[in-house]
Design a protein around this ligand. Structure first.
Ligand code: ADP
Ligand code: ZN
Ligand code: ZN
Length: 813
């Protein structure tokens, strides 16, 4: 509370993920807490008929309540901390609206993970267990008795789910009691320190003793962690304890922030002289930052790989720091870009904090506090770093802005770029996007002057590798039925002989399979959607995963009449097998979903490869980003067709991005790099433009197609995905939803496609089907779909069905 105004009531968002309670509730503020509770405070409140205790967030304070007179207003139980700045509260409110998620879920998403206050049940012994109890009862009784108290979870974990019945029996007979317990992980790390008390003298200490050593040490060094003190002097606790008893030394606890590992770049850059493009980019961005506008226009830097974008980012950040402001840098995946991160660390030293998914909860909590308290001023990390609680944010930089990792796959399904724009608006900070292959949506906005567009067309050093597109239809006609073309095989052989490394890359996502002709390259597609059909093995049918249309699998190619028309099914395993038979003595590593399920397995594989433990690395697109290996001089894209025909309107865009990324990385140093792209559709525009690295050429082709087919950015797409164990129920309900949608679509402004199977039609026993709705107006589309889904929920029982709503998905479902 500020000043003398009297604040008695607080509006509190209760942390329950339930749409029905997604509003603020009024609570009384107890007098003793009033001076400490502010907007953004985290509190504990009673809720519901049983007054169960929940975590809550204070969103406003007032000296009166709008509750009716006879209404009992409950009281806040305790204060946990002040978690949110007003800016963060506003951001969460906006998110809950934008991503149709509850306010409390959005607040939790912003908060560092793992610090939530939790309710759990524990059991305690009430009286001795009778002799005639069963063995199982006695076991559980002993378990609790040994521990004094045991949580429900622990008992179930040790004795299985049916222990619940036994527990209930024991409670009924008053042998044990059940109690509610609240826990909040205290993530602050307290370290025990020793220091000399004030005004002490050495008189009572005998010369030459351990006590004297402690005294001298503390006198010289000042307060020291007890552990370090003992280690330095090689002593036990006892001399310290004796000194404490004499009042000469005092012990106390101090909160210490954990040091987290930070990568460092191996090459130190000195005396960088900006080239013309860099200087111009930096000047323009500086000018934009100085502009006195309430909302700063975002910047897109479109610069080829190696054009010196990172250098531009760092120079701009220096300016930001000079003005006493802070910077957030988002990168797609820290573990795959250690060199880039290392350059920031080298440049900004102690001012930088690096966050990533493998930090412990406690480490992340420390980083959050360091940022909130202004102990660091540059945060680098993946999408969640966009929530860094800086108070004086100057800039948010999003590198490789086209990457899918910026969009969260779990609720709230936020897009870090959208969050960045919103934060930029709230804090009047500048947002800078950078990419060699901007997403079509972003480039479209830049062309339409929503963003400032800066081009960087020249590589600072080194040359683009040579890219060859290999026509696999010719290989077949000339009698080569192997996965590898003759040219790629020869190049691999030569590379192995020269002791260099090779990467074989299968740009595959999901499990989609399509049907194509190996003789002429024809791909069977749905003419309505201009999307290729997906082959379903069990029904031997072709299904369009956009509109749901079905067709028989053709026996002969409709274009050339050949019988070489069948589903396309190359996997990384098959590539590995073939490599092993072609080059039996050559060590090979494989990186895909199967080999990377273990903890840190990514890093292990990549670092083994970096150390030269294998000559060939085979992998899916997850290796595309990590292609910064100096000894890799050859990259083979085994089948560009896999992503080209992924059954998605973004297939062309994704393929172009992947191939450009691959080409941009190979042979970064001495210009030795060579890239082979194998395909059955060499004339596809995405491949042609990727070969020359012509982004603008690609973009104009792609945007024309989007306009023609009415795909984003010319419309918005809403995906409604239902999943459930009963496929029949999933489909039935989607058809019912589709009927409701027809009723409310009198104007015909909404175009619905489906129901159709999701791109991945079954995951973990659950069937996945979807409806896609298109409309030009985002707000109307959202309202329409949410309304229809609500109507369905009112009418039908959706038990066992998971409803998944995504507006403008980055990756099609
Ligand atoms: P990008 O981020 O566009 O891929 P980088 O900023 O990583 O490009 O630059 C590529 C390489 O060129 C890096 O090794 C970087 O240190 C170096 N570099 C960048 N700018 C200059 C410069 N003006 N003079 C010399 N080297 C530079
Ligand atoms: Zn054919
Ligand atoms: Zn279709």
């Amino acid at each position: 509370m500020k000043g003398n105004e009297k604040i008695n009531y607080a509006k509190v968002i209760v942390s329950i993920s339930n749409k029905q309670v997604d509003r603020a509730f009024t609570y009384k503020v107890p007098e003793e807490l009033a001076p400490f509770i502010d907007k953004g405070a985290r509190v504990v409140v009673p809720f519901g008929r049983s007054n169960k205790k929940y975590e809550g967030y204070v969103v406003s304070l007032s000296d009166r309540t709008s509750a009716p007179e006879n209404f009992e207003v409950k009281e806040i139980i305790s204060l946990l901390d002040t978690m949110f700045t007003p800016e963060m509260l506003a951001l969460a409110k906006w998110m809950s609206d934008k991503y149709f998620t509850s306010y409390s879920e959005c607040l939790k998403c912003i908060m560092p993970a793992g610090i939530s206050y939790k309710n759990s049940y524990i059991y305690e012994i009430n009286q001795a267990i009778p002799e005639n109890a069963t063995l199982r009862q006695k076991e559980i009784y002993d378990y609790i008795s040994d521990r004094k108290e045991a949580s429900h979870q622990d008992i179930i974990a040790s004795f299985g789910a049916n222990a619940s019945n036994i527990l209930n029996g024991l409670i009924k007979n008053k042998i044990i009691v059940k109690k509610e317990k609240q826990t909040m992980k205290d993530l602050a790390r307290l370290v025990k320190y020793a220091a000399l008390s004030e005004k002490v003298s050495k008189e009572s200490i005998r010369k030459g003793t351990a006590q004297e050593k402690v005294y001298d040490f503390l006198l010289e060094k000042g307060e020291t962690p007890v552990k370090a003190l003992k280690e330095s002097l090689g002593i036990t606790d006892s001399p310290i304890q004796s000194l404490v008893k004499k009042g000469i030394v005092k012990l106390f606890e101090k909160e210490v922030r954990r040091e987290t590992a930070r990568p460092s770049s191996e090459v130190i850059e000195k005396n960088i002289i900006w080239n013309d493009e860099q200087r111009e980019a930096i000047e323009r961005i500086k000018a934009l930052m100085k502009e006195n506008k309430s909302v700063k226009r975002p910047v897109l830097i479109h610069g080829v790989t190696g054009s010196g974008k990172t250098e531009v980012y760092m120079s701009i950040i220096e300016e930001v720091l000079k003005e006493g402001k802070e910077a957030i840098v988002l990168v797609p995946e820290i573990s795959l870009t250690p060199q880039t991160v290392g350059r920031f660390v080298d440049r900004f030293g102690e001012k930088v904090s690096v966050t990533h998914s493998r930090l412990t909860m406690a480490e992340r909590y420390d980083q959050w506090k360091n940022a909130a308290e202004g102990k660091v001023s540059v945060m680098i990390g993946p999408r969640s770093a966009v929530f860094t609680p800086f108070h004086n944010l100057g800039i948010i930089i999003i590198d490789e802005e086209h990457e899918h990792t910026y969009k969260s796959e779990t609720s709230p399904k936020y897009d870090a770029r959208e969050i960045a724009f919103k934060r930029g608006e709230i804090s009047n900070a500048l947002v800078v996007l950078g990419s060699a292959t901007p997403s079509v949506d972003t480039y479209f906005k830049a062309e339409n002057k929503d963003y400032e567009l800066i081009h960087m067309r020249q590589r600072v050093k080194g040359e683009m590798p040579q890219v060859d597109i290999i026509d696999m239809r010719k290989e077949l006609v000339e009698g080569n039925r192997s996965i590898f073309s003759r040219a790629l095989y020869e190049a691999m052989k030569e590379n192995i002989e020269k002791g260099r490394q090779t990467i074989l890359f299968l740009n595959r996502r999901g499990h989609s399979t399509f049907v194509s002709c190996r003789q002429c390259g024809y791909v069977v597609k749905c003419e309505d959607c201009s999307i290729n059909y997906t082959y379903h093995l069990y029904s031997n049918k072709l299904i369009c995963h956009y509109c749901g249309k079905e067709e028989q699998n053709p026996e002969y190619c409709p274009q050339c009449g050949s019988k070489y028309i069948r589903y396309f099914g190359v996997g990384t395993q098959k590539i590995e097998d073939e490599i092993k038979s072609l080059f039996p003595d050559v060590p090979v590593l494989r990186m895909d979903m199967d080999t990377t399920s273990g903890k840190n397995s990514h890093d292990k594989i990549l670092s083994a490869f970096r150390k030269g433990k294998a000559k060939i690395l085979i992998g899916t697109q997850m290796i595309a980003k990590g292609l910064d290996f100096p000894n890799v001089t050859l990259v083979g894209v085994v089948a560009a067709d896999v992503s080209l025909n992924a059954g998605d309107y973004k297939s062309g865009e994704n393929t172009f991005q992947l191939l450009t990324q691959v080409s941009g990385r190979a042979g970064r140093g001495d210009g030795l790099g060579k890239v082979f792209i194998q395909t059955y559709s060499p004339e596809h525009y995405a491949l042609e433009y990727a070969k020359t690295g012509d982004y603008e050429g690609f973009y104009s082709h792609e945007i024309a197609l989007r306009r023609q087919m009415d795909y984003p950015p010319y419309c918005h797409i809403f995906t409604v995905l239902f999943t459930g164990e009963s496929e029949k129920k999933v489909i039935e309900l989607l058809f019912k939803l589709s009927d409701i949608m027809k009723v409310y679509n009198k104007s015909g402004d909404f175009e619905a496609l489906g129901p159709a199977p999701a791109l991945i039609s079954k995951i973990k026993k659950r069937f996945r089907w979807k409806i896609i709705i298109k409309c030009k107006d985002e707000e109307r589309l959202k309202n329409y779909v949410l309304y229809c889904v609500e109507k369905l929920k009112e009418k039908e029982n959706l038990e066992g069905i998971n409803v998944n709503l995504t507006l403008d998905p980055l990756v099609s479902v």
